[in-house]
Design a protein around this ligand. Structure first.
Ligand code: ATP
Ligand code: MG
Length: 392
């Protein structure tokens, strides 16, 4: 093994008292996401080290780039701790980079190595000066060559890949994400994961008005954001009966408002059942009639559980940009209908009145329909697309 991966922790370095817990959570998450690889992991207060098969190295780096709580990823070269081997590797690394200035930075964790760090900087720097046309610049070098002399060998590296930042997923516990097939909710999920909130997803389906393709699209989206978590499940709510009852009993303009109040009631019940502390969704202020502040107030009124809307204050174009970056956009724009888009009324109310909602809801026994939805949820743990035959 000539190379190994060094992981530098992200924002968690600021959380002094919780540091141990954060690092442990990050290690668990890495182990889970790299479960298909053969590797060894070691950790200390400031770093983690991953040793793996040379052939897996790039694939592992790509996976690590998605894990939250990592600030930087470095591929370091390991050599025996002797001056000649270090000089040779230092030169080899530096010669492969186009630059005109450099700086050497030695850390001597192995105090049995007799040359002190500053002296070793000069020694290796001198060797590079002699063998290249590069010049030293200690303030703003083009190449920063790091040398870490450790008991198990010496590690050399020059550049660092940016990690994904954020907090280790799960450090905050779990939230229930209302995941539709649209653009917004997967982005909301990604942003929640980034702050350390792990997710379960809740998808409302209304067959035969919505298709298996629409459900598979949601499973696929969950799969994509699961690259950042590893724990995601999708709970599918059979929403048809409740939705049809709403259509029969509620005036057109209030259909969406009442439907969304029902969704929130179900989301709260399922969240509690699955030990989720909050509800999350992809609502964005003003985007559609049901997302004006007046609508949000009336819809939110059915629950006391906090509802967090990570994309609430983002423009659609900003959400799209992020969706493209995280890889959900292409799936989100596949043209399958959602339960919110079928039978869309011509003029949905944008300033709903709470008393009217309560009056419309008193016309039918929604409690038992909500209960039926909650009790008949299908929980998908293996995020694989389904076939019609699976459902028989
Ligand atoms: P788009 O990107 O087209 O806006 P969307 O998923 O955001 O899609 P909206 O009608 O804006 O669709 O819905 C607002 C939010 O309500 C969604 O972001 C999602 O969190 C939730 N939601 C809507 N439909 C469903 C559904 N069928 N299942 C679960 N959650 C849903
Ligand atoms: Mg939306």
């Amino acid at each position: 093994m000539n190379r190994l991966i060094l992981i530098k922790y992200g924002e968690l370095t600021t959380k002094k008292s919780n540091r141990k817990m954060f690092i442990q959570m990050l290690e668990n998450n890495i182990i889970k996401i790299l479960n298909n690889f053969d590797f060894k992991i070691k950790k200390d207060r400031v770093r983690m080290y991953i040793e793996c098969n040379e052939l897996d190295l790039n694939n592992i780096v790509q996976k690590l780039k998605k894990i939250f709580g990592i600030h930087g990823i470095v591929v370091a070269h390991k050599v025996d701790t002797n001056k000649e081997a270090i000089e040779q590797k230092a030169l080899e690394l530096i010669q492969n980079i186009e630059a005109s200035t450099f700086k050497v930075d030695t850390k001597r964790a192995d105090k049995t190595f007799e040359i002190h760090s500053m002296d070793f900087n000069c020694l290796i720097g001198g060797y590079i000066l002699k063998n290249t046309t590069l010049k030293v610049d200690v303030h703003n070098p083009d190449i920063h060559l790091y040398i870490e002399i450790r008991p198990e060998g010496t590690f050399l590296y020059t550049d660092e890949e940016k990690g994904n930042g954020g907090y280790p997923v799960g450090i905050q516990g779990k939230g229930m994400l209302m995941l539709s097939g649209g653009i917004d909710s997967p982005v909301a999920g990604y942003l929640s994961l980034k702050r350390g909130v792990d997710l379960e997803c809740l998808y409302f389906e209304s067959p035969p008005h919505t298709s298996l393709e629409a459900k598979n699209k949601v499973i696929e989206l969950a799969n994509i954001i699961n690259q950042y978590s590893g724990n995601i499940k999708v709970n599918v709510v059979p929403f048809t009966k409740l939705q049809e009852t709403i259509y029969k009993n509620v005036p057109d303009s209030y259909i969406i408002t009442i439907m969304r109040r029902m969704m929130y009631r179900i989301a709260e019940a399922v969240a509690k059942k699955h030990k989720c502390k909050i509800i999350l969704n992809g609502e964005s202020i003003g985007q559609v009639a049901s997302q004006t502040l007046d609508s949000m107030v009336v819809i939110n009124n059915v629950t006391t559980m906090p509802v967090i809307r990570p994309v609430a204050c983002m423009d659609k174009l900003e959400i799209i940009e992020l969706a493209k970056k995280i890889g959900t956009y292409e799936t989100s724009i596949l043209p399958f209908e959602d339960c919110c888009t079928i039978f869309l009324p011509k003029h949905p109310v944008i300033r709903p009145v709470l008393e009217k909602c309560i009056e419309f809801e008193s016309k039918f026994d929604y409690q038992s329909l909500v209960e039926e939805c909650v009790n008949n949820i299908e929980t998908i743990t293996k995020l694989e697309k389904q076939q019609y035959i699976d459902l028989l």
